[in-house]
Design a protein around this ligand. Structure first.
Ligand code: A2P
Length: 320
């Protein structure tokens, strides 16, 4: 399986399994099926609420001898209410307990957004903390200490803009190895891609299939459905593949890692097979022409009238 060499020498499988929206009750079977099919990278997060069940799946896979811990790449993410430096290692330990692991391969700051401790989703801006109060640089120092303590091999970030990455690179002792962001043909982020290439930061593409099962509050009827895009469908027909496979192959062809989510055995298999699909330069050019800077996960859920975050200061860009 193709791997990306991170800036600390670690080899991350480029293709992985997304577990956001994989419901408890479904995710155990999905992880077991995926690993038996050949998946070697599982993307998790505390906030997905399913790490304990993923831990059960991993324990079963290890007990049956399907894989060893060393065969797998496991990522998880620090939730927004644990950015205070004194809270970071406890948050990782909680995740490790749930997953039943001694260490992670990669731990990410999930959002460049901070909340009061114990607040999962703030109702008011007063439950949020600004980045002046809880600077990302101090959270990062605590992330670096996790590497020193052997609790994770690599550390990185998620949903960071180029501006926030550049600021972090200025102060980091351990450079972020990965930025995990939304990436697909409708949201290609070319400046981010070139910045990360120049600075040896790997990109992982989340919601690569357009996340059509995202929560209803994030669905806007005017926004097109990526998996139903006619150009994607035409490229798929020409290659004897499905639209989902084309989207996965596009992400891999760009040199990013990609973590499509599925809990369905046939789709899990289909998605893994996409790693072997090659697209022609003409296919890539047709897909590249679909860019419309369309976020499906637009971050508007972090904006409160009385809170410190706006779409402008979250993404650090004019076009949202
Ligand atoms: P399911 O889990 O039932 O397979 P994303 O990775 O962009 O968040 O997208 C996940 C969504 O795409 C889920 O609704 C998932 O449903 C669906 N999905 C995953 N793989 C495929 C596929 N090969 N074809 C069609 N839909 C897929």
């Amino acid at each position: 399986m193709k791997t990306l060499t991170l800036n600390n020498g670690a080899e991350m499988p480029a293709f992985g399994l997304g577990t956001w929206k994989s419901a408890p009750g479904e995710v155990r079977a999905a992880v077991i099926e995926a690993v038996k099919l050949g998946y070697r990278h599982i993307d998790c997060a505390w906030i997905y609420g399913n790490e304990a069940e993923i831990g059960q799946a991993l324990a079963e896979l290890f007990a049956e001898g399907v894989v060893t811990r060393q065969d797998l790449w496991i990522t998880s993410k620090l939730w927004n209410d644990r950015h205070a430096p004194q809270d970071v290692s406890g948050a990782l330990r909680e995740t490790l307990d749930k997953l039943g692991l001694e260490s992670l391969d990669l731990y990410l700051i999930h959002w460049p957004i901070a909340f009061e401790r114990g607040v999962t989703y703030p109702r008011t801006g007063a439950q949020m903390r600004s980045l002046q109060e809880v600077p990302l640089a101090s959270t990062w120092e605590a992330m670096e200490a996790l590497v020193d303590a052997g609790l994770c091999r690599s550390v990185g970030v998620s949903n960071f803009s180029v501006k926030k990455l550049a600021a972090l690179l200025d102060v980091a002792r351990i450079k972020p190895a990965v930025n995990q962001i939304e990436l697909h043909p409708y949201l290609q982020q070319p400046q981010m891609l070139s910045f990360c290439q120049a600075h040896q930061i790997a990109l992982t593409a989340y919601s690569p299939l357009g996340s059509k099962d995202r929560p209803a509050r994030l669905v806007n009827a005017d926004v097109p459905i990526l998996l139903e895009d006619p150009v994607v469908a035409e490229v798929a027909a020409a290659r004897g593949a499905s639209s989902a496979q084309v989207l996965i192959a596009w992400a891999l062809e760009r040199g990013t890692s990609v973590i499509p989510k599925s809990v369905n055995p046939a789709r899990l298999a289909q998605n893994l097979e996409a790693a072997a699909l090659s697209l022609t330069p003409q296919d890539m050019a047709r897909l590249d022409a679909l860019d419309q800077h369309q976020r499906f996960i637009d971050g508007a859920f972090w904006v409160r009238p009385d809170g410190p975050y706006t779409l402008a200061n979250l993404w650090d860009e004019d076009v949202i």
